[in-house]
Ligand binder design. Structure first.
Ligand code: HEC
Length: 124
């Protein structure tokens, strides 16, 4: 009798775990399709030009960062794109956002997609 009770609780627990698991991954997937950048569709040469002209003076030759200029090379493309869009909108999200808002305002949606993949992949 006790044994059966334990077995039933275990099965309920497993059921709940399976449910939360699939619920969680569905959420993650919905999120991905919304912001994901098509990595094979980007122009890395154009991105390199932008990086050399408008980013590396602060973030470093290899996007390694320095002092209060954050390192970028370890970040994911989607994260970089999201941040650039926020800066482009003029929103302050950190103590030195003012320095990022100007360079971000010059970027088109296409530039952002290109540069985000470039920065995340060119310096591995
Ligand atoms: C004038 C210096 C400067 C230039 C030029 C510059 N950045 Fe930045 N960047 C910063 C600073 C400072 C921060 C941190 C801002 C804050 O406190 O919100 C930052 C933050 C970022 C972040 C967010 C990092 C994180 O960990 O959340 C990204 C992404 C980024 N920059 C990308 C770029 C790209 C791409 C370019 C070129 C188009 C660029 N930056 C040009 C100074 C600069």
């Amino acid at each position: 009798m006790v044994k059966r009770h334990v077995l039933t609780s275990l099965m309920i627990l497993l059921g709940v775990l399976a449910w939360t698991n699939s619920y969680g991954s569905n959420l993650a997937r919905a999120d991905e399709t919304e912001t994901a950048i098509a990595t094979d569709d980007v122009d890395l040469e154009a991105a390199e030009k932008i990086f050399k002209k408008s980013c590396r003076a602060c973030h470093g030759n290899k996007a390694q960062g320095a002092a209060s200029y954050p390192k970028l090379s370890h970040l994911e493309p989607d994260y970089i794109a999201e941040k650039l869009e926020i800066y482009r909108s003029g929103e302050k999200i950190g103590p030195n956002s003012i320095l990022m808002i100007q360079p971000a305002k010059k970027l088109s949606d296409e530039d952002i997609a290109n540069i985000s993949v470039y920065v995340a992949t060119a310096f591995d």
